[in-house]
Design a protein. Structure first.
Length: 161
C-alpha cells in the first residue's frame, strides 16, 4: 500500500473515532442518560426495541451504549483491536439504523433506505478489511504479544496477513 493510502486509512479511522467519542461525550458522563425515550419512539421495529426499555434492563443497556461508544472511539483512536471495535461499531450503527427506520425512510423523508449509519458502517467495514489499526496504530504491537497470539479472537483482532 502506498503512503497516501495509509494516510487515507488513518484519516478515516480518526474520523470514525471522533464520531464515537463525541457520541459518548453526551452519554457516558451524564448520570441521567437513558435510551428509553429514544427506543420508545421507534416505528418499524418498535416491538423489538421496546423490550430494552423495561426498568430492569434499560439501565444496563444505557450503560452499554454510552460506554460502548467511548470504548469503540478510543480503540479506533489509538488503533488497538481496531477490527474488533469496528465490528462492534457496525453492529451498533445498524441497530441505530433499524431504530430510526420508518420504512422505507430512515429518520426523515430525506433518507430513503440508506442514511449515514449505513455509510459509517461501510467505512468501518473498510477499516476491518484493510487492517487500519496497523497503520499508525497499536495493532501491530499488540499482535506480537503472547496473550494476543494465544487466542483466536486476539489473532483475528490484530491479524497480520
Amino acid at each position: 500500500m502506498s503512503a497516501s493510502y495509509h494516510r487515507f486509512l488513518l484519516v478515516l479511522r480518526l474520523l470514525m473515532a471522533w464520531t464515537f467519542i463525541y457520541a459518548a461525550s453526551h452519554q457516558a458522563f451524564d448520570a441521567n442518560f437513558t435510551i428509553v425515550k429514544f427506543l420508545n419512539s421507534t416505528k418499524t421495529f418498535h416491538a423489538l426495541f421496546t423490550v430494552f426499555t423495561g426498568p430492569a434492563i434499560a439501565p444496563v443497556v444505557s450503560f452499554m451504549v454510552a460506554w460502548g461508544h467511548l470504548l469503540i472511539g478510543l480503540s479506533l483512536l489509538v488503533g488497538l483491536f481496531t477490527r474488533l471495535s469496528a465490528a462492534f461499531g457496525i453492529l451498533l450503527l445498524m441497530m441505530y439504523w433499524m431504530a430510526h427506520m420508518d420504512w422505507p425512510y430512515i429518520e426523515n423523508h430525506n433518507n430513503f433506505i440508506v442514511d449515514f449509519h449505513v455509510v459509517y458502517s461501510a467505512v468501518l467495514g473498510m477499516l476491518i478489511t484493510e487492517r487500519a489499526g496497523r497503520v499508525f496504530g497499536l495493532d501491530g504491537w499488540a499482535g506480537g504479544l503472547a496473550i494476543v497470539k494465544a487466542t483466536a479472537l486476539g489473532r483475528w483482532a490484530t491479524r497480520t496477513e
